[in-house]
Design a protein around this ligand. Structure first.
Ligand SMILES: Cc1cc2nc3c(=O)[nH]c(=O)nc-3n(C[C@H](O)[C@H](O)[C@H](O)COP(=O)(O)OP(=O)(O)OC[C@H]3O[C@@H](n4cnc5c(N)ncnc54)[C@H](O)[C@@H]3O)c2cc1C
Length: 427
């Protein structure tokens, strides 16, 4: 793409990375990043971890200081949402009526929290966690209260529970499913975290729904569960997942299906518009059909992929997905997508607090969940990237050296590529 104008909607992880990568690839056109949140782009992972038990410091979250954007000629327009896309005129309209033209548009609108729609859900003291402001409100609330109910035992809910325990609060987690993080994790890892939270004093109520929020004087005072139990608390945190921000794309006639639908190049049904990060549903070579991922890796790698394309590369998106979570002393790292596994084996022992679960389908490695096993995690990412065959027996055998097996696989692949290319040059 020669000198031209790229507009990015969304100043989160993906939008930020797209702008930075474009400059990194030598793009010398105009870059405008338009975000509805105020301030410089910032990282979200600390919001449910250290940020909840430290003195909140916005600067520590910033992906770059404000000066960086001016120095790299990246126009940041923050605090104003884009309200409409005018595809035929190739421009976007902001809430104040102003417009910005584009040659290429990148949608990086992310996702927003799914809201609870139950009696009492709008009371003061009912918290959600997506933005730095929400994290600061929750931190302040935790300082002034002694008990918390967390609705939802997903990653965010459980990280909040761990932070609240660290802050000395009494914590009850209520989860509708039979085990925590059930949509993302195998039963083995899920049970490990269930036990971990119980050991740390969390009252974990599984297979339990919420009927209403208890409210007194306009403030949440706990919840009533679907089995009629009252759980009193000074505040409530809701962590029941997110919905992708697809409305702009949808109103502009772009294809949408649990995310803005893109092809392997991350292009929407309009070739001048890409979609990346939490808002994009893409055909993953590591999954079954269209997938939409909510992770820093996905946001960053998709942004880099689009930046590479816009500066001339023929880049298809096929990065290995990976994700992490931190709860108490356990660092969970996931490589690949483990849903749909038919065989899983454990390497190490869950009782040691350091193990990996290798997940296979029809003999092919799908993904690996590691707890306090960073080497297994790195090996898993490499194996998934290079397509190395591994049997469940090898995975479970701790004397089987994963690193050496990868090195051997790569050298064999290299040798066969060389011999193929020398044969074709002879031919
Ligand atoms: C509390 C928390 C903890 C997390 N922890 C982890 C973790 O440990 N590991 C991990 O891998 N991932 C984690 N994640 C997920 C990760 O942060 C997200 O996947 C990542 O931020 C996605 O980046 P994004 O740019 O796609 O979306 P976002 O970061 O959501 O950015 C999208 C931006 O676009 C803005 N926007 C939306 N619509 C418009 C509009 N019309 N006009 C202008 N701006 C608009 C939004 O307000 C937002 O600022 C966590 C997320 C949260 C909330």
């Amino acid at each position: 793409m020669s000198r031209s104008q790229v507009v990015v909607i969304g100043s989160g992880q993906a939008g930020f990375e797209a702008a930075v990568s474009l400059r990194g690839h030598g793009f010398d056109g105009t870059i405008s990043v338009i975000g509805d949140e105020s301030g410089v782009p910032y990282q979200r992972p600390p919001l449910s971890k250290a940020y909840l038990h430290c003195e909140p410091d916005r600067d520590s979250l910033a992906l770059r200081p404000a000066s960086y954007f001016a120095e790299h000629n990246i126009e940041l327009r923050c605090g104003k949402p884009v309200v409409r896309l005018h595809r035929s005129d190739r421009k976007v309209e902001l809430v104040d009526g102003s417009t910005v033209e584009y040659d290429h548009l990148i949608l990086a609108t992310g996702a927003r929290n799914r809201r609870l729609s139950l009696p009492g859900a709008d009371a003061a003291g009912v918290h959600y966690l997506r933005t730095a402001t929400e994290a600061e409100n929750l931190t302040a609330q935790m300082k002034s209260c002694s008990s918390l109910v967390v609705i939802g035992a997903g990653f965010i809910g459980l990280e909040v529970a761990a932070a609240a325990r660290k802050n000395g609060l009494t914590v009850t987690v209520v989860e509708a499913m039979a085990r925590p993080m059930a949509r993302a994790l195998t039963e083995t890892t899920s049970r490990f975290f269930s036990d971990l939270h119980t050991t740390h004093g969390v009252d974990l109520r599984l297979s339990t729904g919420i009927e209403r929020i208890l409210v007194a004087d306009g403030h949440a005072r706990g919840v009533v569960t679907t089995d009629g139990t009252t759980i009193s608390a000074d505040a409530v945190v809701v962590g029941i997942g997110v919905v992708p921000n697809v409305e702009l794309a949808e109103h502009a006639g772009l294809e949408v299906a649990n995310g803005i639908v893109v092809d392997a190049y991350l292009r929407t049904s309009d070739a001048r518009i890409s979609a990346i990060g939490d808002c994009a549903a893409f055909p993953s070579v590591h999954g079954d059909a269209l997938v939409r991922l909510e992770s820093v890796q996905n946001a960053v790698d998709q942004a880099r992929c689009v930046a590479a394309q816009l500066t001339g590369a023929d880049a298809v998106y096929h990065s290995v997905p990976w994700f992490w979570s931190e709860q108490y002393e356990a660092k969970l790292q996931i490589a690949g997508l483990t849903t749909g596994t038919d065989t899983s084996v454990v390497r190490g022992a869950t009782s040691d607090g350091a193990f990996s679960v290798f997940c296979f389908r029809q003999g092919r490695l799908l993904g690996v969940e590691s707890v306090n096993k960073p080497r297994d995690h790195m090996a898993a990412r490499k194996m998934l990237a290079c397509g190395m065959r591994l049997s469940p027996e090898q995975a479970a055998d701790q004397s089987f050296d994963l690193k050496s097996a990868i090195t051997l696989h790569n050298s064999r692949t290299e040798a066969s590529t060389e011999s193929r290319s020398s044969l074709s040059s002879v031919g």
